[in-house]
Structures are given as structure tokens and as C-alpha cells.
Design a protein around this ligand. Structure first.
Ligand SMILES: NC(=O)c1ccc[n+]([C@@H]2O[C@H](COP(=O)([O-])OP(=O)(O)OC[C@H]3O[C@@H](n4cnc5c(N)ncnc54)[C@H](OP(=O)(O)O)[C@@H]3O)[C@@H](O)[C@H]2O)c1
Length: 343
């Protein structure tokens, strides 16, 4: 259904800042009249909302790579939507666009804030706001630009069955690395092994991680792609080889607070003349077209696997975030705001 002149926009606003896990009480849901787009703007019907772990960090008082979310404002959200009406010749109704459309049904945006996407037949639309977008670019550029892999080296990946991690594992294998994936639970490990072809997996919830790392990486670790932090990260750093590289992508175990890193393991960076480097995917936007084209080709020929989980409706935001922090998400976690084909 398209937005008429009197359409009402359901919006999720941040009402208070969580100190631990996010709950329904941290949001206020409002219903506001939908404004018309101005000159150079479009009105977008939001279809999918990505639920990245860092969404939890945006709710804190401290700035991240985004300014801190203002209380009372519509919660920031990474969205894919369809243009419903346009006041700029560069976008037409029916065009699919990626943007920061927020946790709401519709958004009005200047065209310069949106990226038009052209889905290939046979590829789910939702992939264009996840694995064939920010998460794919994060995986590819983090591994290649920071990890500087050389064929034959050993790569260890944490949150290995997650959206970014599962891509890193598979890209690492394509580059000729020996890949060890660490994930929570037998199901995730089986998927990595049986579907993604990652033979060396460690279930950190049920196995002795240190002993398994020693067995699987007898000569140590060349590259650690770190998504989680905490005690497993310490075990990995302790096993770095000379001139090892730690690709610091994220520290999801600390996002709800309460986890502190053991800095003693960092001495190993000195002992092994190793490097730990953080990065932001936004630094690699200049490589977007080239990298996403490669990932699309691999997805199309079936050599790159991914999973996308969709919860239906904006009122599933809290549940979706909770799933991510309890490892219940099997791959990408999205919330569907409206049905595809809705315009
Ligand atoms: N640097 C960048 O530009 C950039 C861009 C995108 C994402 N990231 C980072 O990449 C990482 C992965 O993000 P993603 O979107 O791909 O999420 P994801 O891996 O699909 O989901 C998060 C996973 O982290 C694990 N996890 C959650 N809470 C945990 C805890 N307390 N302790 C241990 N493991 C926990 C769970 O996997 P298990 O079930 O296996 O424990 C969960 O499924 C995050 O750190 C994120 O912030 C960074």
C-alpha cells in the first residue's frame, strides 16, 4: 500500500539508554504524519532493517563511528527500501535503495544519502543490505587489507558462523589459507564444516578452546580475524606467530558492558613483533563495486554460502537484537518492515 497524503509513520524512538541488554522499555513507539519529500528528496518505504551488534553501541551516551543516538529521536537504522515518490530525476518510484532510513516505516531522504541497488535475478533482496553490502565489504577488506594474507598461512576467525565471520572463513579458504573457525554450538560448527567447507572448527561453548587451538595450529596463528574479544581472544593472541596480524573488526562480547579485556596477552604482540589493527568498513567504500561484484559472482556460482534470518515487523527489533547477543542468529539478522512489492 503506498503512502497517501494522510499516511501515518510508525517510528521507534530511543526513550532511555540501556546499561546492559536492550529491552522494550528503552524504546517509545510513536505514530506521526508522514511529510512529503522536498526538492531533491525521495520518500522511501523501508523494507528491511539490518540488526548489527554495533546497534547496541549507538544507544550509549558516547559517540561511536556515529554520533551518539539522541534520546527521543527515531533510532538509527541501516535499511533497504523502495522509492515511493521522488522529487529528483536520479531516482524513480520502484527503485531499491540502501540508506540509513532508521527504525521506522517510511523515511524521507536527500538522494545523495541513498545508494541505488540493482538486484540480480535469483539473489534475495535482503542480501543487498547484508552479505552483499556492508558485511561482505567488512569481511573482504578487513581480511585482505589488514590481514595481508599469504597462501598457506593460518587464519583463526571468531564468531565464525556469523554474518561477517562466515564470509571471512570462506574468503580465507579461497585465498589458500588454513582456516580455523570458532563458533558457539554444534549446529553452527556443522554448518561451517558441511555447507561452507571449513574443516577446522571449534565449538567454544563445549570444547577446550586452548587445547583445540594447539592441536589445529601447531605452529601458531598468522592472522586472527577478531569479532568477539574476551578470553578466547586472549587465547588466540597468546598463539600468534612472529609478525602475526590481528584484524580487529569488533568486540561483540563487550557491547552490553561487563567484559574487560585481559591486557596481559597483549605482551605477545611485543614478543612476536605482531600487529593488531582496527578498521572501519567505511574506509573501504572506494572498493565497494569491485568487492561486491566478486562476492555476487561467488554467491551466484554457489561457492559462497550465507544465511539470512528475518523477523517480521518493527515490533521485533528488541527480539532481533537479543538473538544476536545470545548467538541465536544463524547468520545475518534482519527485521522485515514491509513486504517486498509494497509500494
Ligand atoms: N569494523 C567494522 O567496520 C565492522 C562492520 C560490521 C561488523 N563489525 C563487527 O563484526 C562482528 C560480527 O558482526 P556480525 O554483524 O557479523 O554479527 P554476527 O556475527 O552475525 O552475530 C554476532 C555473533 O557474535 C557472537 N556473540 C554475541 N554475543 C557474544 C558474547 N557475549 N560472547 C561471545 N560471542 C558472542 C554470537 O555468535 P556465537 O553463537 O558463535 O557465539 C553471535 O551470533 C561484530 O563485532 C561487529 O561489531 C565490524
Amino acid at each position: 500500500m503506498s503512502a497517501g497524503a494522510s499516511a501515518i509513520n510508525t517510528q521507534w524512538r530511543l526513550a532511555s539508554r540501556p546499561t546492559g541488554e536492550v529491552g522494550r522499555e528503552h524504546f517509545e513507539v510513536t505514530h506521526s504524519p508522514l511529510p512529503e519529500p522536498g526538492e531533491g528528496e525521495v520518500r522511501v518505504r523501508n523494507l528491511y532493517l539490518l540488526i548489527p551488534p554495533s546497534m547496541r553501541l549507538w544507544m550509549n551516551e558516547k559517540d561511536t563511528y556515529f554520533p551518539a543516538q539522541v534520546l527521543g529521536e527515531v533510532m538509527t537504522g541501516i535499511t533497504l527500501g523502495v522509492v515511493e515518490s521522488s522529487r529528483d530525476p536520479s531516482l524513480a518510484p520502484g527503485d531499491y535503495v540502501n540508506g540509513l532510513g532508521g527504525c521506522q516505516e517510511w523515511s524521507i531522504a536527500p538522494v545523495g544519502h541513498l545508494q541505488k541497488i540493482q538486484p540480480r535475478p535469483g539473489v534475495p533482496l535482503a542480501a543487498y543490505r547484508s552479505v552483499l553490502d556492508v558485511q561482505g565489504l567488512t569481511a573482504y577488506c578487513g581480511l585482505t587489507e589488514i590481514g595481508k594474507p599469504r597462501a598457506g598461512e593460518t587464519l583463526v576467525v571468531t564468531a565464525a558462523a556469523g554474518s561477517v565471520g562466515s564470509l571471512v572463513c570462506q574468503i580465507g579458504k579461497k585465498l589458500g589459507l588454513k582456516v580455523v573457525g570458532i563458533a558457539g554450538g554444534a549446529d553452527k560448527c556443522a554448518w561451517l564444516r558441511d555447507e561452507c567447507g571449513i574443516e577446522n572448527v571449534i565449538d567454544y561453548k563445549h570444547e577446550d578452546v586452548a587445547a583445540r587451538l594447539d592441536a589445529l595450529c601447531p605452529e601458531g596463528i598468522d592472522i586472527a580475524y577478531e569479532n568477539v574479544g574476551g578470553p578466547v581472544m586472549d587465547m588466540i593472541i597468546e598463539r600468534l606467530r612472529n609478525k602475526g596480524r590481528v584484524v580487529l573488526c569488533g568486540l561483540v562480547s563487550s557491547y552490553n558492558g561487563g567484559v574487560t579485556q585481559n591486557t596481559a596477552s597483549l605482551m605477545q604482540l611485543v614478543n612476536k613483533a605482531a600487529r593488531m589493527e582496527g578498521f572501519l568498513v567505511s574506509e573501504y567504500l572506494h572498493r565497494y563495486d569491485e568487492v561486491i561484484a566478486t562476492l555476487q559472482d561467488w554467491a551466484a556460482d554457489g561457492s559462497l554460502k550465507y544465511r539470512i534470518e528475518v523477523l517480521d515487523g518493527l515490533d521485533k527489533i528488541v527480539e532481533a537484537m537479543t538473538r544476536v547477543f545470545h548467538g541465536k542468529n544463524q547468520g545475518v539478522q534482519l527485521v522485515k518492515i514491509a513486504q517486498e512489492g509494497t509500494q
